[in-house]
Design a binder for this molecule. Structure first.
Ligand SMILES: [Ca+2]
Length: 377
């Protein structure tokens, strides 16, 4: 009985071992045939690597069948007309639009324009090489320069213009310091040409600048030509959805006089202003500055005798027009002219000389008073 039990146990052990050995062989084949989980018959003698074998299940190098998991019912159809190819085109919507072109754009109804001769607004460097007390250029100490900048900023704030036209500014750094100290403007430009120059500070944005360095007609000059003595500074300004063209002028001084040149400057300026009005009938066009001559003079007649222009201070008494005190007389040397267009008009009664006191004809550290006026659209 024990012998029989031993024999049966032995036969079973042989069978188990046989099954175990054939199992090991199947793992190898299954591994080689990646993706095919069928159990390989251990008795099958067919070479699994033979590609001609019709019983071959899956070539591991053939990716088509097992890797294709695309579900044909998935909504990846690209021909759907509702699938928007349009929104990917960003050029149209991102194009910057001028907000002033919108029907409900807020436009300003009026603007204040002023002019102010800053009086020899020099810095701390001797740029001409001639800076003695008898020379034109002076050199300021640190504290003198800081005082000058602060004083001019106070004066400019007192004038309270949206656009201020300046004269006698030496350098762009001077203008930048005044611009920063004043703190109420958004753009500025210096018409650099001579030792001291014309400039503009404005709210809004300057879109065009022209210093007018060109030759101008001068009947009384040698060769019949001359130039503006300082830049006849033209700037185009966008402010409150309005187009405003301003000119800052500083004609030839009567000290070391050259009346012919001053006359030529006035005639050339009038010509340029009328041309701009033709080209920009919808713009407000204003010229202001130190024209170094009085109402009724030959210089001023270039504008006063032409119906294209309006001298805004003409409605004031001669005393109230005065911006300068010269040898016992209060005289008007600083002027603002409107160039008549459909783009804007002078607000009657708004012209005002800004000065330190009624009996004074100057403002702050300058030897000139300022002039300002309001224009309506
Ligand atoms: Ca200097």
């Amino acid at each position: 009985m024990n012998k029989l039990l031993f024999l049966v146990t032995k036969i079973l052990a042989v069978l188990v071992l046989s099954v175990f050995i054939s199992g090991l062989s199947g793992c190898e084949e299954t591994y080689e045939n990646t993706g095919n989980t069928d159990v390989v018959d251990p008795t099958d003698t067919t070479d699994p690597t033979d590609p001609t074998d019709p019983t071959e299940q899956a070539d591991p190098t053939e990716p088509a069948e097992p890797t294709d998991t695309t579900d044909p019912t998935e909504p990846t159809e690209p021909t759907d007309p509702t699938e928007p190819a349009e929104p990917t085109e960003p050029t149209e919507p991102t194009e910057p639009e001028d907000p002033c072109l919108a029907p409900d754009a807020e436009k300003i109804n009026s603007v204040i324009i002023g002019t102010y001769n800053t009086h020899l607004f020099f810095d701390k460097v001797c740029d001409t090489g001639h800076c003695s007390s008898s020379d034109f250029e002076s050199v300021l100490s640190d504290s003198e320069y800081n005082t000058k900048v602060k004083d001019l900023a106070d004066s400019v704030k007192k004038i309270g213009a949206d656009i201020i036209l300046l004269q006698e500014v030496e350098k762009d750094s001077c203008l930048q310091d005044l611009f920063g100290k004043t703190g109420t403007y958004e753009d500025c430009f210096l018409g650099e040409k001579e030792t001291v120059d014309t400039a503009v500070m404005t709210k809004g944005k300057i879109t065009y600048k022209n210093k007018h360095p060109e030759q101008i007609e001068c009947a009384g000059c040698d060769g019949g030509k001359t130039t503006f003595s300082r830049a006849f500074l033209e700037t185009h300004i966008e402010l409150g959805c309005r187009k405003i063209i301003v000119f800052s002028a500083h004609f030839k001084s009567k000290a070391d006089d050259d009346a012919q040149r001053r006359l030529a400057e006035a005639a050339a300026a009038a010509k340029i202003l009328k041309k701009r009005a033709e080209e920009n009938p919808g713009a407000l066009i204003v010229m202001g500055g130190d024209l170094n001559d009085e109402p009724g003079s030959d210089t001023l007649k270039s504008f006063e005798n032409d119906s294209a222009f309006l001298r805004v201070a003409a409605e004031l008494s001669s005393k109230d027009q005065a911006t300068y005190y010269y040898r016992g007389d209060a005289i008007a040397l600083d002027h603002i002219f409107l160039v008549k267009t459909d783009g804007g008009k002078y607000k009657t009664g708004s012209a005002e000389v800004v000065k330190d006191a009624p009996s004074y004809y100057s403002l702050g550290s300058s030897d000139h008073a300022a002039l300002k006026a309001t224009f309506e659209f």
